[in-house]
Design a binder for this molecule. Structure first.
Ligand SMILES: [Zn+2]
Ligand SMILES: [Zn+2]
Length: 155
């Protein structure tokens, strides 16, 4: 990814800049993500919240129920309502939707998750790890990303 990567919503009211490379990039094939996007999967860049710099606008949080009973907070442009990023549980890490980058081709998934609900016509490359449900962060993330996560979580 060329740094700093920038992105935004469709109307231009919200613009953001990523101040670092992502910690890790998920391609999630779960039913929640399929429903939220109206598509086959979502691509989420995991990055520390304080490394998502808002250049313009203020995304509004919308709490969205998930199938497991938890809630996912999705931040949307207040004008055009495009979803820019999510928060699951802890607010220290944002899940930025890669499709909102100005150049989404900079991004490729580091892992495919929830492939149990992957649409059958989506073919995954052998070179990228894929999991029926979730995975062991410690086993898959680069050491530098684990250190960044520990730092932001105050561990
Ligand atoms: Zn907008
Ligand atoms: Zn998902």
């Amino acid at each position: 990814m060329t740094s700093p990567a920038e992105g935004g919503c469709s109307c231009g009211a919200v613009r953001y800049r990523l101040l670092s490379e992502p910690l890790f990039t998920h391609c999630c094939h779960c039913l929640n993500c399929q429903r939220q996007t109206g598509s086959a999967f979502v691509i989420n860049l995991l990055i520390e919240a304080d490394r998502v710099e808002l250049v313009a606008g203020a995304p509004q949080p919308v709490d969205v129920p998930r199938d497991d009973g938890s809630t996912q907070r999705i931040f949307r442009c207040p004008t055009c309502q495009v979803a820019l990023y999510s928060q699951y549980g802890r607010p220290e890490v944002r899940f930025v939707r890669a499709g909102t980058l100005d150049d989404p081709s900079q991004v490729a998934p580091d892992v495919h998750i929830f492939t149990r609900s992957k649409l059958s016509w989506v073919a995954l490359p052998d070179s990228v790890p894929a999991f029926e449900v979730y995975y062991d962060t410690k086993a898959l993330w680069p050491r530098v990303s684990l250190e960044r996560l520990s730092a932001v979580m105050g561990l």
